[in-house]
Design a protein around this ligand. Structure first.
Ligand code: KIV
Ligand code: NA
Length: 265
């Protein structure tokens, strides 16, 4: 099947075909998602939460992200793979930003990177784009700034913040980003942004009137249980399924039922 590229995503937006995107952080999960026909895999810094168990996305490092991204790349044939640059690897210094992006591209082989923020990081965005690395933007709830926000509540409900988000989205598009993630903002605002921009806008908790959707795969599979925002649709209860399987295994080991005569040499 045809490899998904920034160009293909642009065509999908132009013809109104919705873009499917999920996170993955390891080889085995990425292989399942790619073979299932997913358009875009995001090696999100949500790995900090769901893989490493940290409370926020701040602790994960560029080395950690490169490890996850390269693991995903060994599995993928068709999907476009985007990796998040982690907190501290691109903010405040565009020279550091381009060095981080180049390391990610060289050492993992991903197709592009995603960074959080608008005007504040515009210089970094432009500098990364200038070396030929595709950049995806991320506005609205930007978890790397959680200590500034102080809450994971819906963003841009007030006029001022909404106006800044629209301005930032346009600045990012003008700079040349190939796509934009909008996280946890009012559906009406997301619809307006997706309508104004010609690049694909992917939403999470941003309603259905955007060009595609993204979720954290552990959330939509029901592996995580303590995270239940309104926007999350659970497609499975894998936590329960895995728990049952582990319990059956424990009981078979304890009873001596496993292994049986056909399961030995
Ligand atoms: O890290 C992540 O999983 C993300 C998505 C939620 C957009 O950035
Ligand atoms: Na992220």
């Amino acid at each position: 099947p045809k490899k998904i590229t920034t160009h293909v995503l642009g065509e999908m937006k132009a013809r109104g075909e919705k873009i499917s995107m999920l996170t993955a952080y390891d080889y085995s999960m990425a292989k399942i998602a790619d073979r299932a026909g997913l358009d875009v895999i995001l090696v999100g810094d949500s790995a900090s939460n769901v893989m490493a168990g940290w409370e926020t996305t701040l602790p994960i490092t560029l080395d950690h992200m490169i490890y996850h991204a390269s693991s995903v790349m060994r599995a993928v044939g068709r999907a476009m793979v985007i990796a998040d640059l982690p907190f501290g690897s691109y903010q405040g210094n565009s020279e550091t930003a381009v060095a981080s992006a180049i390391r990610m591209m060289k050492e993992s082989g991903v197709d592009g990177i995603k960074i959080e923020g608008g005007e504040e990081i515009l210089e970094s965005v432009k500098r990364i784009l200038s070396v030929g690395i595709p950049v995806m933007g991320h506005l609205g709830l930007t978890p790397q700034s959680i200590n500034k926000f102080g809450t994971y509540a819906v963003r841009a409900k007030e006029e001022r913040e909404a106006a800044k988000l629209i301005r930032d989205a346009n600045l990012l598009e003008e700079a040349g980003v190939f796509g934009l993630v909008l996280e946890k903002i009012p559906a009406k605002l997301a619809e307006k942004v997706a309508g104004e921009l010609s690049i694909p806008v992917i939403g999470i908790g941003a309603g259905g009137k955007v060009d595609g959707q993204v979720l954290v795969i552990h959330d939509m599979l029901g592996i995580t249980q303590d995270f239940s925002p309104k926007f999350l649709r659970r497609y499975h209860n894998l936590n329960e399924e895995i728990s049952k399987a582990v319990q059956s295994y424990i009981s078979d080991v304890k009873s001596g039922d496993f292994p049986n005569e056909n399961e030995q040499y």
